[in-house]
Write a protein that binds this ligand. Structure first.
Ligand SMILES: NC(=O)c1ccc[n+]([C@@H]2O[C@H](COP(=O)([O-])OP(=O)(O)OC[C@H]3O[C@@H](n4cnc5c(N)ncnc54)[C@H](OP(=O)(O)O)[C@@H]3O)[C@@H](O)[C@H]2O)c1
Length: 245
């Protein structure tokens, strides 16, 4: 059966790879982001390749009014309704240290906007008794690090939200998948130093596809990050606080 995907942050390289996969299998797309002209080009490109129709919506995490037309379109869709949240931002930690007023925006972009949107669409998904929610968190949310502790804290908040949301939505047959990527080659990480084992956006999209099929709850992508983060989480705080990671 064909399905509809609301994709928040559809201009992300990971989102584009995922959206192409879903369109190829015949699902309808609601591509939501700030640069609608860019997303219209994506939609046209997918249509040329014979994919199902994609519609474009303006979406800004910091403007809750922009959520309304997307919510309406989601409610008006037929069949199974799914949501994937790729939107997020990661300013340099040094910039946030210099200007703490940036904290609220980071928390909005990576956590609270998605939480508010998902809670607004939840009753519709519950009523349909099916569907998938994909939330992109980060390994950064597993432990607060010197280099990105505000971003990591926002992702940790999103992980915790998704855990409780999974408990709620699972009762209606809706799968909630938390995705924790390691380093991925996208515009967010362009030029960052110290990256290793960098994955491609299409690898991440393939992992998400597999996890949906297997009805997984939480995945690390690529898979080996589960081992790396298990080690990082077990380092005693008295040592961890002195590390430069
Ligand atoms: N790259 C990595 O190594 C990595 C690792 C772990 C987790 N992640 C997470 O993966 C997700 C996708 O990121 P990415 O790596 O693909 O980077 P990206 O290309 O920078 O994607 C971030 C997305 O968030 C959108 N966004 C940012 N601020 C927004 C706002 N105020 N309103 C609406 N949309 C906004 C961006 O839209 P614009 O195009 O309009 O800026 C873009 O679509 C993010 O949640 C990120 O935190 C990335």
């Amino acid at each position: 059966m064909n399905e509809t995907w609301i994709i928040l942050g559809a201009s992300s390289a990971m989102a584009r790879a995922f959206a192409r996969d879903m369109a190829t299998q015949g699902d309808a797309l609601l591509l939501c982001g700030r640069d609608t002209a860019d997303l219209e080009r994506d939609a046209a490109d997918m249509a040329l390749r014979g994919a199902a129709p994609a519609r474009v919506f303006a979406f800004d995490t910091r403007d809750p009014e922009s959520f309304m037309p997307i919510l309406e379109a989601g409610r008006a869709s037929k069949g199974v309704l799914n949501v994937a949240v790729f939107a997020g931002s990661m300013p340099e930690q040094a910039d946030i240290d210099a200007d703490p007023s940036l904290v609220a925006g980071v928390v909005t972009d990576n956590f609270t906007a998605a939480a508010a949107f998902l809670m607004a669409i939840a009753p519709e998904m519950e009523a349909r008794g099916a569907g998938v929610v994909v939330g992109i968190g980060s390994v950064a949310g597993d432990r607060g690090r010197l280099g990105n502790y505000v971003y990591g804290a926002a992702k940790a908040g999103f992980h915790t939200f998704l855990s409780g949301f999974r408990n709620r939505m699972g009762r209606s047959g809706v799968q909630v998948l938390t995705v924790k990527p390691g380093f991925v080659d996208t515009s967010m990480t362009w030029g960052l130093e110290g990256m290793f084992l960098v994955a491609s956006p299409s690898d991440v999209a393939a992992d998400i596809r597999r996890a949906i099929k297997k009805r997984r709850n939480v995945i690390y992508t690529p898979w080996f990050w589960i081992g790396i983060m298990t080690i990082i989480r077990t380092i005693p705080e008295r040592i961890f606080k002195k590390l430069q990671i």
